[in-house]
Design a protein around this ligand. Structure first.
Ligand SMILES: [Zn+2]
Ligand SMILES: [Zn+2]
Length: 232
């Protein structure tokens, strides 16, 4: 058990829950702030999951489609609402209680889009980043989602074989280069499976597509991506 995990009850006592959006005490996300998070609902592009009129792929997917992933769905938009501080809290403080709350958004999105996975895989961190941070925020989300959906989580087959720069500061072309061949699937446990890959934020989908490439090379039947936030 990680030290952070042992210390969590003590930390909760010293720093009781405060809403990530408005800082009110007693909860990590109050109902008012939760209601301010804009969901990605309505019609979306069947492939990449951005809002789009029904019937055809979005403009982006027409000119420059993702290659390997069968589809991406995201729960909510990221900008100017309490989801941003919530993701920050998850990413930089590794907060499990916040992960459980945020995984409810993922579970709702999973059901709304009638996704059907056999196994959940978090987007892995490179070993050097993992050592530095002590946890993987996508794994926290995947664990809470797996519990909620009753699905197994595979944390070992997909690995990040080289460190990559943060996608945030890169253009679309740079993002794709940055994550190309960054992942490898090191065994055949996921062969023949429908895999759901979990990440916190999706911008262009290139990270999820690179994961899907590695998973399909190892025999995965279908690979879907599910993210909490969609950068817009
Ligand atoms: Zn609040
Ligand atoms: Zn699209």
């Amino acid at each position: 058990m990680a030290l952070a995990e042992l210390l969590q009850p003590l930390l909760d006592l010293l720093w009781p829950p405060r809403c990530v959006g408005c800082r009110q005490m007693g909860t990590w996300l109050c109902p008012e702030c939760r209601a301010k998070i804009p969901l990605v609902d309505g019609k979306v592009c069947a492939r990449c999951g951005v809002p789009c009129p029904p019937g055809q792929p979005c403009r982006q997917c027409q000119v420059d489609p993702l290659h390997y992933i069968d589809g991406i769905r995201s729960a909510a938009f990221f900008k100017n609402n309490p989801l941003r501080p919530a993701v920050h809290c998850l990413k930089y403080r590794g907060h499990k209680a916040v992960a459980s709350i945020l995984a409810e958004f993922l579970a709702d999105t999973y059901h709304r889009h009638q996704l059907q996975a056999q196994v959940i895989v978090p987007v892995p961190l490179h070993a050097s980043r993992y050592r530095e941070r002590g946890y993987n925020q996508s794994d926290l989300l995947a664990t809470a989602l797996g519990r909620s959906l009753g699905l197994p989580v595979n944390r070992t087959s997909l690995v990040r074989i080289r460190p990559t720069r943060s996608q945030m500061e890169l253009t679309a072309v740079e993002r794709r280069k940055n994550v190309a061949k960054a992942f490898d699937c090191i065994d055949t446990q996921l062969s023949g499976q429908t895999v759901l890959v979990i990440d916190d934020v999706c911008t262009t989908g290139s990270t999820l597509d690179a994961c899907a490439e590695a998973l399909k090379q190892a025999g995965a039947r279908q690979v879907w991506g599910l993210t909490l936030a969609r950068a817009d």
